[in-house]
Design a protein around this ligand. Structure first.
Ligand code: FPP
Length: 248
């Protein structure tokens, strides 16, 4: 089985998981945190190098106040409990998004864990928090525009690498595989620049029910894909003639 270097997940369906059981939505999120803990262990076990989880989007701030507060509470508790687990397992925590919009206490714990796990090398766990891709790209463009205005960069010299370097993900490879749970077929403002050549995998399973089995199925599907990055299959398997045409 092919193991992606970077797996990204849109963890969707917590609310529906709860509503189906006539439970408050927050219980779905609580179950969702249990799935997070399981999946982190599974990914480490499988040798996945980077795992990015879409935990809270820029748009999620618009949800009812009590749901936002409850999600922030879950995040705070998760982080408090997680430090020892991350250290024990050699996992490095990083985060992307407008972190300063999070509650002050959460930002403090987050920054503390990021600093303390900085030298862990077994896996990178990247939490997307208060994250939106258009917001990230806008901040990157602002930084580029400042450099142009100050004469540090000429517009014609601007490269894809210059844009990459200003994204929150600048030191993380692009995702190889993106999984979205709960049957929704969209990317919802997640890593729009970075997923240009990412394989997409959608499952009907709601995030609280996402299991190791489901993860294995997604990895099997990924293993069967041929990633061509705009080239032909023949070019990639070495059967192409010098003009790029496949011989077989
Ligand atoms: C989508 O479910 C999920 C979220 C908005 C947040 C994901 C958060 C967690 C799994 C818990 C917190 C995370 C960490 C890392 C501690 P939804 O509410 O949109 O579900 P619905 O589409 O069924 O309503």
């Amino acid at each position: 089985m092919q193991i992606p270097r970077h797996l990204a997940i849109i963890m969707d369906g917590n609310g529906r998981w709860a509503e189906k059981r006539r439970l408050p939505r927050i219980l779905g999120h609580r179950k969702g945190v249990e799935s997070v803990q399981r999946i982190v262990d599974d990914c480490l076990d499988l040798g996945i190098g980077h795992l990015t989880l879409y935990a809270f989007s820029s748009e999620n701030w618009g949800r009812p106040r009590d749901e936002v507060d409850a999600l922030m509470g879950l995040l705070g508790n998760f982080l408090k409990k997680e430090l020892s687990q991350l250290q024990e397992r050699g996992i490095r925590l990083v985060a992307i998004g407008e972190l300063d919009r999070l509650p002050e206490a959460t930002v403090k714990i987050l920054k503390d864990i990021i600093a303390k796990t900085e030298h862990n090398t077994k896996m990178v766990l990247n939490l997307a928090l208060s994250y939106g891709s258009r917001n990230e790209l806008t901040r990157a463009m602002q930084s580029l525009a400042r450099d142009v205005a100050e004469g540090k960069l000429r517009p014609d010299d601007l490269s894809e690498q210059d844009i990459d370097a200003r994204l929150d993900t600048h030191d993380i490879p692009d995702p190889d595989l993106l999984i979205r749970t709960s049957g929704e077929m969209r990317v919802s403002n997640f890593l729009l620049w970075q997923i240009a050549y990412t394989e997409l995998y959608f499952t009907e399973t709601l995030w609280p029910d996402f299991s190791r089995d489901e993860l294995t199925q997604a990895l099997q599907a990924y293993s069967n894909r041929q990633r061509r990055f705009g080239l032909t299959g023949a070019q990639l398997d070495g059967t192409a003639d010098s003009d790029g045409e496949g011989r077989h």
